[in-house]
Design a binder for this molecule. Structure first.
Ligand code: FE2
Length: 194
């Protein structure tokens, strides 16, 4: 169904109201469904990037909220960047205010080897939820920055996570500093081909 006008919701009023609405989702029996709805409604109301976020003009991995039950991050993907397959160890809900995220979904077979089992593409104002046991890799397929708000159902920075080498699928502990370095490396290459 088409939305004629951007909607107005209290949670979209400012950064504090948005974060408070996400945090209060933890009181619900199904917090991820509530987070999904808050994120989708706010993206519609903002009709893109909320004014309290800086423009997506460089790679960003910045914390908007951090607590034992919930982590909210502003993620800006450089043009054409791809990640290795990784898990989060908790549910995750991803919402985009600009650009596109192509997700490959992975699972482990009987020998615990990684196999691709699906794909899901999300675009501007769309939201995508992953269960706690999900493994995914992400690609920004466009020659521009993709801007997203990622919500995780736990203490994302301080919980154990796994990642898999993109070439031979060797499993290892996820190192967020390596992830941050990959964002910066992809960003420094952005635009070089133009
Ligand atoms: Fe992820």
């Amino acid at each position: 169904m088409m939305r004629e006008q951007p909607v107005s919701v209290p949670a979209a009023a400012d950064r504090e109201s948005f974060i408070a609405a996400l945090v209060s989702a933890l009181e619900d029996d199904d917090p991820q469904r509530v987070v999904e709805r808050v994120l989708a409604d706010c993206l519609q109301a903002w009709d893109g990037r909320p004014e309290w976020l800086p423009p997506a003009t460089c790679a960003r991995l910045e914390m908007l909220h951090e607590s034992p039950g919930l982590t909210v991050m502003h993620v800006v993907w450089p043009p054409f960047m791809s990640t290795e397959p990784h898990d989060h160890g908790m549910w995750a809900t991803l919402g985009l205010y600009q650009g596109r995220e192509n997700n490959i979904l992975w699972a482990r077979d009987a020998e615990r080897r990684l196999v691709a089992v699906g794909a899901h593409s999300i675009g501007r104002l769309e939201v995508f939820s992953l269960p706690a046991d999900a493994i995914h890799s992400v690609n920004n397929p466009v020659n521009g920055y993709t801007g997203a708000i990622h919500v995780y159902g736990g203490d994302f920075l301080n919980s154990p996570k796994r990642e898999w080498d993109p070439l031979d699928f060797t499993e290892r502990a996820r190192d967020l500093e390596r992830t941050r370095a990959a964002f910066e490396a992809a960003d420094s290459g952005a635009g070089e081909e133009e």
